[in-house]
Design a binder for this molecule. Structure first.
Ligand SMILES: Nc1nc2c(ncn2[C@@H]2O[C@H](COP(=O)(O)OP(=O)(O)OP(=O)(O)O)[C@@H](O)[C@H]2O)c(=O)[nH]1
Ligand SMILES: [Mg+2]
Length: 321
């Protein structure tokens, strides 16, 4: 899933002013060139029916309509028609060159002018000096979106997050026996009783050096800003942590480095791979009891996944499903 895209946005060029003369019967020459029309602006509008950000890959340069050129007899060129670009609600729009946030559009119908149109040129009517229209300004824009899922799966590499997402939803995310398979957030919808559902998001893995940019980095943690719930997925036989406790502590530490408020998001723990005898033994020996709800699961056999769904039904209120 693409959550960030770079594009260029350009306002429409202004139309040129016209230089023309009217030869009167009394031999007098009267300048009568009209002004050029103004170029159109590019307006981004939030909409629930907008295409996903990924579709902008096929439309990297957005340009608004140019203004018409002025004509003789003082005829003014027409103004370009503004270009409305629908973008998903929750998109943040940044000016990349000047490095600031232009706006975050949250609610449907909210809009912002991203590129203004160039002014139309002046015609030579009334002896003015004719000018060409202004070029529409060009901006390099970055759009990012926060994923609005109910539950985010956070874990060390290879813990089985993607496997759990695939078992609970109809997602077909790649699961492999090596770490860092998932490189961008993946979504799936898990059906619950009474026609309810919960949206799950599998985030790429984090480990002790994620905040230094290693692995897949930690930029994707921005999506936790909208998280209602975090499920920490732990692997008892992980090579990235000595124990379940230290694994959870490492995950909590990494998310708090990104934003300490993330520690306040309600959470639960999944101890996965319970079908492996060595995992089951380690869990038994550790006799660890985290302070938050804990589920013992196996994405391979399906163990514990029904209890997890029952838990989702409790934590996700009907109106938000
Ligand atoms: N035995 C067993 N293997 C599992 C289980 N869950 C996942 N696996 C395996 O563990 C490996 C990693 O699973 P993934 O789902 O790709 O793990 P991930 O947490 O998404 O890992 P990355 O995205 O690569 O960081 C795969 O080979 C899975 O088949 C489980 O419950 N039991
Ligand atoms: Mg994965």
């Amino acid at each position: 899933m693409i959550d960030k895209i770079h594009i260029t946005v350009q306002g429409g060029d202004g139309g040129n002013g016209c230089e023309s003369y009217y030869h009167r019967k009394d031999k007098k020459i009267v300048p009568n060139g009209g002004d050029g029309g103004h170029g159109a602006q590019v307006i981004f509008r939030a909409s629930e029916n907008a295409q996903p950000l990924s579709n902008f890959r096929f439309q990297r340069h957005i340009v608004a309509e140019a203004g018409g050129h002025g004509g003789s007899n003082g005829k003014r060129g027409r103004n370009g028609r503004d270009l409305i670009v629908l973008i998903p609600c929750g998109t943040r729009i940044y000016d990349r060159q000047r490095g600031f946030l232009i706006r975050e559009l949250l609610m449907p119908g909210e809009e912002v002018v991203v590129a203004e149109g160039g002014k139309g040129g002046v015609g030579n009517v009334s002896d003015k000096v004719p000018t060409v229209g202004e070029k529409g300004p060009l901006y390099e824009v970055e759009m990012t979106i926060r994923i609005a899922a109910d539950v985010f799966l956070v874990g060390l590499p290879n813990a089985g997050r993607s496997a759990i997402l695939n078992r609970l939803t109809r997602a077909h995310v790649k699961e492999e026996a090596y770490p860092f398979t998932t490189r961008s957030p993946e979504l799936g919808v898990c059906p619950l009783p009474e026609e309810r559902q919960v949206t799950l998001c599998d985030l790429p893995s984090i480990y002790s050096a994620s905040h230094e940019g290693h692995g897949v980095g930690n930029d994707f943690l921005k999506h936790l800003e909208k998280a209602k719930f975090i499920l920490f997925v732990l692997d008892p036989v992980s090579e990235f942590a000595d124990s379940l406790e230290s694994g959870l502590e490492l995950l909590r530490q990494e998310i708090s480095i990104y934003d300490k408020h993330f520690l306040e998001i309600p959470c639960a723990v999944i101890v996965n791979k319970m079908d492996l005898p060595e995992a089951a033994e380690k869990v038994k020996a550790a006799a660890w009891a985290p302070k938050v709800p804990c589920f013992l699961t196996s994405a391979k056999t399906g163990e514990g996944l029904e209890s997890l769904k029952e838990f989702f039904a409790k934590i996700i209120r009907p109106e938000s499903s």
